[in-house]
Design a protein around this ligand. Structure first.
Ligand SMILES: NC(=O)c1ccc[n+]([C@@H]2O[C@H](COP(=O)([O-])OP(=O)(O)OC[C@H]3O[C@@H](n4cnc5c(N)ncnc54)[C@H](O)[C@@H]3O)[C@@H](O)[C@H]2O)c1
Length: 316
């Protein structure tokens, strides 16, 4: 059934913001967005501010709207960038998060705020799978700042009554994502093949693992959690597929789908801030009825198809 709810998305022009807006618009949400950058799909938005969250004129953007949900995606989205520029990562997330939460508490107190946090808050856990009670022990600036945002919002929630849901999102991938392992492997494999090379070399041992979720499944999970209407003020969910895949398996499956015959080598060096193994316990999400639609192979097939039509970008 179509909804008539109002959804504000921060970080609306990024990879997930654009996908989420697309999926939410199919369900009838009225969409309001904010991002430093102009929207990728302007037709989706009823109102949009091209602004930082820290300097946003909230009253102007939200005039006349009663906001039901806020998906807060704005901020840094890369462990590597946070290692290179830790204060930049802090500054892109925390002042805006505080401003948003304080505005909502005062002016839109019934809106539920969904923080797009990350599995990076768990760091290198001692045991797998990781459930929502696993201790928060981040090992990168990105993870530390996400954990700080969670702490800030859970305390605002307790003290000011703002309804907050924390989403600890694992590794999302899909068409449109121009960063991280899957994009990097595709890009390099296509380039190596066009230059007649017979191998590519990746960081790590190949045995590092992640819990990958295809972007369309991620959006379905988020919309399911949004509709769940919990009674309690603060909720936490792992959002993942619940399936652990090694970097080697992902890279191999991807180049097979790309139809490229290459050897994948590993240099044994694990980048700073990168944990070794992740697999999420998604029982809480499954209790809401979530089931991933895409296997890893099916999701990587989508990426390979997108990369095949997107390759012109590499040569331009
Ligand atoms: N992609 C993943 O695998 C993944 C996993 C876990 C968590 N997340 C989180 O989900 C969110 C979205 O991720 P993404 O992959 O779409 O990243 P992205 O970099 O594509 O999008 C982030 C967007 O936020 C905007 N932004 C950054 N700082 C801002 C600010 N201060 N004010 C306004 N806009 C700002 C950027 O311009 C960008 O468009 C991020 O918070 C990220 O940490 C992503």
């Amino acid at each position: 059934m179509k909804t008539n709810k109002v959804l504000l998305i921060t970080g609306a022009s990024g990879f997930l913001g654009t996908w989420l807006a697309d999926e939410a618009s199919k369900e009838g949400f009225t969409l309001i967005g904010v991002d430093l950058r102009a929207p990728l799909k302007p037709h989706l938005w009823t109102a949009f501010a091209t602004s930082s969250l820290e300097s946003l004129d909230f009253d102007c953007l939200l005039k006349g709207y009663k906001v039901d949900y806020v998906c807060h995606l704005a901020g840094g989205a890369s462990v590597a960038s946070s290692v290179n520029n830790p204060f930049g990562d802090f500054a892109s997330l925390l002042p805006g998060t505080a401003r948003l939460a304080l505005y909502l508490a005062k002016m839109q107190p019934s809106a539920r705020l969904f923080l797009f946090s990350s599995a990076a808050v768990y760091g290198n856990p001692q045991t797998l799978p990781i459930d929502e009670h696993t201790p928060v022990k981040p090992i990168s600036p990105y993870g530390i700042h996400k954990a700080t945002a969670e702490f800030l919002l859970s305390n605002y929630s307790r003290a000011l009554g703002t309804p907050v849901t924390i989403l600890r999102i694992f590794s999302v991938y899909g068409p449109g994502l121009r960063k991280q392992l899957i994009y990097d492997v595709s890009h390099r494999a296509i380039k190596a093949s066009s230059m007649g090379e017979d191998s590519i070399q990746l960081f790590g041992t190949g045995y590092e693992s992640r819990d990958f979720i295809y972007v369309e499944d991620l959006c379905s999970a988020v919309l399911l959690i949004m509709k769940a209407q919990p009674d309690n003020c603060l909720n936490i969910y792992n959002v993942a597929s619940g399936v652990e895949s090694t970097v080697n398996e992902v890279a191999q499956t991807l180049i097979d789908h790309l139809g490229i015959d290459l050897n994948i080598k590993f240099n044994g060096v694990v980048p700073k801030g990168d944990p070794a193994n992740w697999r999420a316990d998604i029982s809480e999400l499954k209790d809401l009825g979530f089931e991933a639609k895409y296997s890893l192979s099916a999701g990587l097939q989508q990426v390979a198809e997108w990369m095949s039509v997107d390759t012109w970008e590499f040569s331009n």
